[in-house]
Design a protein around this ligand. Structure first.
Ligand code: FAD
Length: 381
């Protein structure tokens, strides 16, 4: 059978892959987005969308997200291993979405921009040298460029580097979806429980149709994560045996200096683009996916110019700057004695106000600084 040929193939239809395929299709390139799942499909995730995610979404897709996909909240409660610390009303909304509908929407945007979709067929083999890949159905596809946006267990990263992440360096997370009628008193409150896991935390996020309850922390320090989640659930009056719990690695804290090799670029979780303090990955997936797409579109437009990997590496340095900062600052947040001090002092309104305002300012400062050095510089090349 004659193999189909594409200028770019994107493996994975999460936020990273959809952003990459959308960007390439919008630039007029022949691109195919492949995902092993048929959409809508769910993805284990708190679905928390911060200011960073909102800005990244608007920047990449040049529109506002559909309001019905999102639930907004301003009420946040903080706990330390079940002990109430404080409740605050934050200035800006925190948004929550169900990945079932959000990712379906993103894949739709990529398709509408002109990307071909191949859904429900997994990539089973990649020949990097010959620039071809094989799907589980047996079909072979030839590409000029390949983008690995296939998440934490990336087959593309494995084809390049032998493994997609180092389990000793990253986090692991467990989650369960609790129907809202089982926690009627919860409302739209957002909860964080520090100390519930080591070098991590537990959360309760109000998604549109459910409350997602989860826990995550550095994998090697939390051999008893399931027990810790069960304790957290029981504190909420829930019976863990009646809930379906799923787990996944979170590649926070393990990202390469150069995210790719030759004509293969990695983005999103496949490149370890996750904040090592918060576990937030969606904004970095959107940014790195779009940057990889721009880099390839730029290289295809000027074949004698800079390579796609070269262009992408410049943008990756900007995208990875907050990841590097988080990796550093977690040493001043997560050690046990600091967590204990934090739990003591966070009850004070003055200290709390200072921490929340400063972390807000720091986020804004680093965002705007990165915008000044022109985030996604390849757009303008
Ligand atoms: C428990 C948990 C809670 C989280 N909570 C949050 C949160 O609240 N906010 C936040 O910002 N981040 C959160 N994250 C992180 C966030 O989910 C990820 O960073 C984000 O989904 C990364 O997007 P991605 O597009 O890189 O990969 P994914 O969303 O994982 O998408 C990868 C896609 O690739 C496809 N795929 C995989 N292998 C193949 C193959 N061989 N062939 C074809 N297709 C393939 C998969 O089907 C999938 O659709 C959480 C993560 C976890 C585990």
């Amino acid at each position: 059978m004659h193999a189909q040929r594409y200028e770019a193939v994107v493996v994975g239809g999460g936020p990273a892959g959809s952003a990459a395929a959308f960007t390439l299709a919008a630039a007029g390139r022949k691109v195919c987005l492949i995902d092993k799942s048929v959409f809508p499909r769910d993805k284990l995730c708190g679905g928390g969308l911060t200011f960073r995610s909102k800005r990244a979404f608007e920047q990449v897709f040049k529109r506002r997200w559909e309001a019905e996909l999102i639930n907004a909240s301003k009420d946040v409660s903080f706990f330390s291993k079940g002990r109430f610390l404080a409740s605050v009303t934050v200035n800006a909304n925190i948004y929550f979405t169900s990945r079932l509908s959000f990712d379906h929407y993103l894949v739709g945007l990529a398709r509408d921009a002109g990307a071909d979709l191949k859904l429900g067929d997994a990539v089973s083999h990649i020949d990097v040298e010959r620039r071809s890949l094989t799907l589980r159905s047996g079909e072979t596809i030839v590409f000029d460029f390949l983008i690995g946006a296939d998440g934490v267990n990336s087959i593309v990263a494995k084809a390049l580097f032998g493994q997609s992440f180092d389990p000793a360096k990253v986090a692991f997370a467990l989650e369960t979806e609790v129907p809202r009628d089982r926690l009627p008193q919860h409302g739209d409150r957002v909860e964080f429980d520090f100390n519930a896991a080591r070098w991590g935390y537990a959360w309760a996020f109000p998604k549109p149709n459910a409350i997602t309850i989860g826990i995550g922390g550095l994998h090697r320090l939390n051999p008893d994560l399931r027990g810790r989640l069960d304790d957290y659930l029981r504190r909420k009056g829930l019976d863990p045996s009646k809930l379906k719990v799923k787990g996944q690695y979170l590649p926070a804290g393990d990202f390469p200096a150069v995210p790719g090799r030759g004509n293969v670029l990695l983005c999103g979780d496949a490149a370890g683009a996750v904040d090592a303090i918060s576990g937030e990955g969606i904004p970095f997936a959107l940014q790195s996916g779009a940057a990889a797409g721009h880099a390839i579109a730029g290289a295809l437009a000027r074949p004698a110019g800079r390579s796609a990997l070269n262009i992408y590496s410049d943008d990756w340095a900007i995208i990875a700057a907050p990841l590097r900062q988080a990796k550093f600052w977690r040493w001043f947040i997560y050690p046990r004695w600091i967590q204990r001090l934090f739990a003591l002092t966070f009850r004070s309104k003055r200290v709390r106000g200072w921490i929340l305002t400063e972390s807000n300012h720091a986020r804004n400062r680093s965002w705007f600084r990165s915008r000044r050095i022109k985030f996604m510089s390849s757009v303008n090349r």
